[in-house]
Design a protein around this ligand. Structure first.
Ligand code: SF4
Ligand SMILES: [Zn+2]
Length: 316
């Protein structure tokens, strides 16, 4: 077995059991206001689709929980999208985000025969966002973009530009490949939404904010429309193994605030923080809610705000 295959096998073997997932039923659909570059606020519907697992095995990823064993059945994604969109008020949403917990341009995850119908279902929206590993950005993305009356956006992880942390991420992506994908998207009139990690394994906790900000800057320089900072969360087994070796320290709410405070407003890119599962980040019980509320406001406004002052944790 190759070292790469052995690493994938170890990461998979440490995972807790996966819930049973029905490929004909989306996990959910939420509508949120989002800021675009230039300050425009859009209503965006995110549909959490059920389907095949991603073929990559990133160490920090927990999206496999939402996937099935084997390929996505033909017709399942159009059914999930149709049902989810039926619950939305007509005309109330400008963007649809099809998050399939995998790579949209992987034939196992999204059967090519379903793409025309998916594009048809997305026709009412001015923006359509799908997820992809940078390595799978190519002709399929261009073809799907041509099918859409609206504009395609591809969401992909840069994660970090730290020179040695990449190996512990097991993402098999170097910065040059990310740059290539960004160039392909830009040359084809496709927007890029980029995910950057806070608390990536292999980066000392004292340096993690700095590397997050540098990685955000890199994505912005390459033309990202939006950068979302994602705090790494444990719970998938591999992160606990890395923590026991001193190679992963869960990031805190204060670090997330510092990262946004430093990264916001440095370019035309809309920089936001991911507040999903935010209650899992360590924080002071007295000021946590005020800090989260501040981040929510900054996500929407794109403007810096004074820090929260708290007598309990004596931080500001
Ligand atoms: S490429 Fe994305 S979906 Fe696939 S394992 Fe990595 S983080 Fe998870
Ligand atoms: Zn406090």
């Amino acid at each position: 077995m190759s070292p790469a295959a052995a690493t994938d096998r170890r990461i998979r073997s440490l995972r807790p059991p996966k819930p049973v997932v029905d490929p004909w039923k989306a996990h959910g659909c939420i509508v949120e206001a989002e800021r675009r570059p230039g300050g425009l606020i859009e209503q965006a519907a995110t549909i959490f689709l059920a389907g095949a697992e991603c073929s990559f095995t990133c160490s920090f990823c927990d999206l496999w929980r939402y996937t099935i064993d084997g390929p996505t059945p033909r017709g399942a994604l159009p059914r999930q999208i149709e049902t989810s969109l039926a619950s939305l008020e007509r005309g109330s949403v400008q963007r649809v985000k099809l998050y399939n917990a995998s790579n949209f341009f992987d034939r196992r995850a999204v059967p090519p025969e379903d793409l025309p119908r998916i594009a048809e279902l997305c026709a009412p929206f001015s923006g359509v966002t799908v997820e992809s590993h940078a390595k799978t950005v190519g002709p399929s993305a261009m073809e799907f973009a041509r099918r859409l009356p609206g504009r395609l956006e591809v969401a992909m992880g840069l994660e970090t530009i730290h020179p040695s942390a990449g190996a512990l991420l097991n993402k098999r992506l170097d910065v040059g490949e990310f740059d290539r994908a960004m160039h392909v998207l830009d040359a084809n009139g496709i927007d890029a939404r980029v995910f950057v990690l806070l608390g990536a394994p292999g980066i000392p906790s004292s340096e993690t904010v700095e590397w997050t900000v540098r990685s955000v800057d890199r994505a912005a320089e390459r033309g990202a429309a939006i950068v979302s900072i994602i705090p790494v969360r444990g719970g998938n087994g591999e992160m606990e193994r890395l923590a026991s070796l001193g190679q992963f320290t869960p990031p805190t709410l204060r670090q997330l605030e510092r990262a946004l405070d430093r990264a916001i407003g440095r370019s035309t890119t809309a920089v936001t923080v991911d507040l999903w599962d935010i209650e899992r980040l360590a924080a002071c019980g007295t000021c946590r809610d005020r800090r989260v509320a501040r981040l929510q406001r900054m996500n929407l406004s794109g403007a810096a705000e004074p820090s929260v002052v708290c007598d309990e944790c004596e931080s500001e």
